[in-house]
Design a protein around this ligand. Structure first.
Ligand code: ARG
Length: 576
C-alpha cells in the first residue's frame, strides 16, 4: 500500500514537469488535506510568481496534465489557484486491502538505518522523580519505540544524576542517620525528606558542611568506603526508579544507564582537548568555553564551565563528555535530548561548543526535544499538598484509583477490575503527556485525562475494546479477517482513507521526536471509526461481501490503533 500524500506528490510532480519543464518536476507540490476534496496541491500559488502568470492559469494547466485514471477520481481548480484532488474510491479500497495484508501496516523500514542516541528520563539519585521526569520518560520512551520500529539502531541513554558536590552532603547525611535507617527511609520512598534534611543540615551546620566537602573529595579520589556508601545509595534509588519504570511500562533497563559518573574518567581529557583546540580558556581560574552569540542580560559572554577553579567538574563538563562519546564512540548520527525546556540554553551552548570542537559535524544532528512544564490546577508547578514536589508513585496510584472509580460499575470481578483500572489509569496519565505538544505547558487534570470521550487514553483504549467485542459477537478472530475491503458508503471511505495515513503519522513522530501528531492521528481514526460504526451496520450488513469488508475494515482499524498505542507506550486492555 502507499501513502496517499506521497502518491499525489509524485503525480503532481510529474504533471509539473510535463506542463512546465523538467526543472519544475522537483518543486514541492505542497499537498495538504483539503476541506473540499481529499487533498489539494497549493504549488500553483508560488509557481505563479516564478512564472509571472496568474496562479489560477498555472493551476488549470497543471490540472490538465494530471492524468492518473487509476488514482484520481476528480481534479478541480478552486479559489486563487488550488488544485483539489479527490482519490478514487476503488483506489482507496485497494490500498486499504493491501495495508490489511501487510504486517507492517504500510510502515517503511529506514534505509539506511541511523544510529540514534535518545537521552531521556534522567532522574537524579536520592531525589524524587517529579512530573517533569515523568513527561520526559513517557515522551522519550515513545520516541524510542517509533524510531526502533522504523528500523533505526536506537541507544537509550538514561543520564542519571549520580555525581557532583551534592553527593558529599547526601553521603555525610547517610552516615549520620545510620545506613539501615537511611535505606529504610529511601526504600519507603521518602526520598525528598532525606534530601531536604541533608540540605537543611548543610545550610545550618558548618561542621557538617565541612565534612560534606571532604566527603566529595574522598568520593572523587575513589576512597573505598565512600564509594561503597555511594554505590548502595545509587543502587537503592535505582531500584525505586526501576519499579516506577516497570509500573509505567517504560522500556528503560539498567543496561540503558549512562549516568553522570560514567563520564567521569573522560572529563580531564575532554577539558584538555577543548583547551588545546582553543575552544576553552582559563577565566578567573576556571576553564570555560564561551560559544559565540551567548550573552547574559548585561551583555557579558556566557560560559560553559568545564572545570571550576577548585578543580571540580560539573553538569556542563559531563554533557560535553557525553556528546563527544556519543558521536565518537557510539558513532551516532542523531542525538535527541528529551529534557525540560528550561535547559534549552544549556543544550544550545553544548551543541555550539561541540561544533567548535569539530565533534558535531555536518551530517550529525543534535536536537533538544524540549519538554514543557506540567502544572497543577492553580497553574503553578505541580506540587503535593505539603508543598514538596509530588511523589511520582503517588501520582500513579491516584490515576489508577480514580480510574477504578470511573469503571467500577462495569466489573464485578475485583481482580479484573483492578487490572483494567491499572491499564486505564496509567494509559490516561501517559496519554495526557503524549497528546499535547511536548514543549507545551499544561495543567494536570485527572478528570479530563480519565474522560471516556474526547482525546484521552481511555477513549482510545475503549475504541479497541469495542472493535474486539464486534469480533467476539461475530465469533471471529480479528487477526484472521481478510479483505477485500470495498468502499461504498462515505463513512467507509473516510475510515479507509484515514487508516492509510498511519505511516505518515509515524514517520512524522520520528522526524520531529514528537509523538503528539501520532496521538492526534489515532484519535482521528477512533473518531472516524465511531462514525463508521454508527452509520454502517457491520454484523447486520446488507450483504455477506459487505459484512466481510466491514469486518476487515474494523480489523484494520484495530490493528492500526493497537500498533499506534503500542508506539505511544499506552497499555491496551483487551476489554473495557
Ligand atoms: N538529571 C537532569 C535533571 O533532572 C537531566 C539530565 C538530562 N540529560 C543531559 N544529558 N543533561 O534535570
Amino acid at each position: 500500500m502507499a501513502d496517499p500524500e506521497e502518491v499525489l506528490a509524485r503525480l503532481v510532480g510529474d504533471a509539473l514537469g510535463a506542463a512546465f519543464g523538467p526543472d519544475y518536476a522537483r518543486a514541492d507540490p505542497l499537498i495538504r488535506p483539503s476541506q473540499f476534496a481529499d487533498f489539494q496541491a497549493n504549488v500553483a500559488l508560488s509557481l505563479g510568481k516564478r512564472l509571472h502568470r496568474a496562479p489560477r492559469d498555472v493551476a488549470a494547466e497543471l490540472a490538465g496534465h494530471l492524468t492518473a485514471a487509476e488514482v484520481l477520481g476528480n481534479v478541480e481548480v478552486s479559489g486563487p489557484g488550488f488544485v483539489n484532488l479527490t482519490l478514487r474510491d476503488d483506489w482507496i479500497a485497494a490500498q486499504a486491502t493491501g495495508q490489511l495484508g501487510d504486517p507492517r501496516l504500510g510502515l517503511p523500514v529506514a534505509d539506511p538505518p541511523q544510529t540514534i542516541v535518545v537521552d531521556y528520563s534522567a532522574p537524579n539519585v536520592a531525589r524524587e522523580m517529579h512530573v517533569g521526569h515523568l513527561r520526559t520518560t513517557v515522551v522519550g520512551d515513545s520516541v524510542v519505540r517509533v524510531l526502533e520500529l522504523l528500523g533505526h539502531a536506537v541507544i537509550r541513554a538514561n543520564h542519571l544524576g549520580d555525581w557532583g558536590t551534592q553527593f558529599g552532603i547526601l553521603l555525610e547525611h547517610l552516615i549520620d542517620v545510620g545506613e539501615d535507617a537511611a535505606y529504610a527511609q529511601l526504600a519507603a520512598g521518602e526520598i525528598n525528606a532525606f534530601y531536604q534534611a541533608a540540605n537543611a543540615k548543610f545550610k545550618t551546620d558548618p561542621s557538617f558542611a565541612e565534612r560534606s566537602r571532604r566527603r566529595v573529595v574522598a568520593l572523587q579520589a575513589g576512597d573505598a568506603e565512600t564509594l561503597r556508601l555511594w554505590n548502595t545509595l545509587v543502587g537503592d534509588t535505582r531500584q525505586y526508579y526501576n519499579a516506577v519504570y516497570a509500573r509505567l511500562g517504560v522500556t528503560l533497563t539498567d543496561a540503558d544507564l549512562a549516568p553522570e559518573s560514567f563520564y567521569n574518567p573522560m572529563l580531564a581529557d575532554v577539558c584538555d582537548e577543548l583547551q588545546a583546540a582553543g575552544v576553552a580558556v582559563i577565566s578567573d581560574g576556571a576553564l570555560c568555553a564561551f560559544p559565540p552569540g551567548f550573552t547574559s542580560r548585561d551583555g557579558a559572554p556566557l560560559p560553559l564551565i568545564l572545570r571550576k577553579s577548585d578543580g571540580g567538574y560539573g553538569y556542563d563538563t559531563t554533557d560535553m563528555a557525553a556528546i563527544r562519546y556519543r558521536i565518537r564512540d557510539l558513532h551516532a548520527s542523531r542525538l535527541i535530548y528529551v529534557v525540560g525546556s528550561e535547559q534549552a540554553q544549556h543544550f544550545e551552548m553544548v551543541f555550539a561548543v561541540a561544533r567548535q570542537a569539530g565533534w558535531l559535524t555536518e551530517g550529525i544532528s543534535a536536537e533538544h526535544a524540549a519538554i514543557g512544564l506540567v502544572s497543577g490546577a492553580d497553574r503553578k508547578r505541580f506540587r503535593s499538598r505539603t508543598g514538596g514536589s509530588i511523589k511520582l508513585i503517588d501520582l500513579i496510584d491516584e490515576a489508577v484509583g480514580r480510574a477504578e472509580e470511573v469503571i467500577k460499575d462495569r466489573y464485578d470481578d475485583p481482580e479484573l477490575r483492578g487490572r483494567i483500572a491499572e491499564a486505564v489509569g496509567i494509559g490516561a496519565l501517559k496519554y495526557a503527556d503524549l497528546s499535547v505538544a511536548r514543549d507545551s505547558a499544561y495543567v494536570l487534570d485527572f478528570d479530563r485525562m480519565l474522560a471516556l470521550t474526547g482525546n484521552t487514553g481511555p477513549y482510545l483504549q475503549y475504541a479497541t475494546a469495542r472493535i474486539r467485542s464486534i469480533f467476539h459477537r461475530a465469533d471471529q478472530d480479528p487477526d484472521q479477517a481478510a479483505g477485500p475491503i470495498v468502499v461504498t458508503e462515505d463513512a467507509e471511505r473516510a475510515l479507509a482513507l484515514r487508516l492509510l495515513g498511519f505511516s505518515r503519522a509515524v514517520r512524522g513522530a520520528a522526524a520531529s521526536a514528537e509523538p503528539h501528531g501520532l496521538a492526534a492521528f489515532l484519535f482521528d481514526v477512533a473518531s472516524t471509526f465511531t462514525t463508521f460504526y454508527e452509520q454502517c451496520p457491520v454484523l447486520q450488513a446488507p450483504e455477506p461481501s459487505i459484512r466481510q469488508s466491514r469486518l476487515a475494515l474494523s480489523a484494520l482499524t484495530l490493528r492500526v490503533l493497537v500498533a499506534g498505542l503500542g508506539l505511544l507506550g499506552i497499555p491496551v486492555p483487551d476489554r473495557m
